[in-house]
Design a protein around this ligand. Structure first.
Ligand SMILES: C[S@@+](CC[C@H](N)C(=O)[O-])C[C@H]1O[C@@H](n2cnc3c(N)ncnc32)[C@H](O)[C@@H]1O
Length: 266
């Protein structure tokens, strides 16, 4: 991220969620505030329409996360922490009366989000609060009362491995804490065609000052999680996501691409 400027990839991710509401009518992930927080007309989103793969990945990762969160709430979790929240709207349409939401983000992105909320007339609920943190330069410190559910979407690739590890270690300190995050696979291990597509996307985000810094392979991330005491890992890559959300059981298991993962610290 560039200091002094709100995250531009946060705006891009929000556009994909809004476009999904317009083009697929929220068939995978319904977010009635996705368009409102942007303040755009539906027609203005159609420029992103060709990038269907990324749009559907983003829709699936949020659906996966909010399904797991609902299960956690039914087990008694009372706090959700949205890390690197960007223009995520969960806090403003939180369907769980017992759940308090903390939004953590880089202070520059958070200030911009609060302007967007004010401009678009989205009410800030009483059961939420904001914490500004730069993961690269500050330790995450939250006073949590009981187990919490962390939603960490679209952030890990933009962090250094040190900032990622530091934040994950913090999450691992709380008994019963859960986390959902997505990660990108190492392009070195992909076919030339897929690597070229990924590198083109990486070049686009690097150009706007938010390069991808951290990649994992499923075995490597699983080892790191187990090393920190996490268990019950559910990691869906292209094959698992296609089967669960897109009625496509035919995608080969080892297909490389974006992954989304849920795990719990017992
Ligand atoms: C691609 S956006 C994703 C936003 C949101 N989670 C979503 O899914 O739409 C990346 C987010 O990570 C945050 N971020 C990136 N680097 C950060 C850092 N060093 N400290 C805090 N937040 C950071 C940005 O401010 C931004 O909100």
């Amino acid at each position: 991220m560039q200091t002094g400027q709100a995250s531009r990839t946060a705006y891009a991710a929000a556009r994909y969620r809004a476009a999904h509401q317009v083009l697929e009518h929220g068939s995978i992930f319904r977010d009635p505030l996705a368009l409102k927080i942007l303040g755009h007309e539906p027609d203005e989103l159609l420029a992103d329409a060709p990038r269907r793969g990324m749009r559907m990945f983003i829709a699936a990762r949020h659906r996966f996360a909010e399904d797991h969160l609902a299960a956690a709430v039914s087990r008694g979790v009372r706090t959700a922490v949205v890390l690197g929240a960007g223009l995520d709207t969960f806090a403003y349409r939180n369907p769980h009366p017992s759940l308090t939401v903390l939004e953590i983000d880089h202070p520059d992105t958070q200030a911009w989000k609060r302007e967007r909320l004010a401009e678009t007339g989205i009410t800030i609920p009483e059961n939420m609060r904001y914490v500004g943190v730069d993961f690269e330069h500050e330790k995450l410190e939250l006073d949590l009362d009981g187990p919490a559910f962390f939603l960490w979407m679209g952030v890990v690739p933009y962090l250094t491995i040190e900032a990622f590890t530091e934040t994950l270690s913090f999450i691992s300190e709380g008994t019963g804490n859960e986390v959902v995050f997505d990660y990108a696979q190492d392009p070195e291990r992909m076919s030339a065609e897929r690597r070229a597509a990924l590198e083109a996307r990486a070049a686009r985000v690097a150009k706007i000052g938010e390069p991808w810094l951290t990649f994992f392979d499923p075995t490597e991330i699983a080892e790191r999680l187990v090393g920190l005491g996490f268990g019950e890992i559910e990691d869906l890559g292209p094959s698992g996501l296609a089967a669960r959300f897109f009625n496509r059981p035919d995608v080969p298991p080892e297909t490389p691409g974006g992954h989304v993962l849920h795990t719990r610290h017992p």
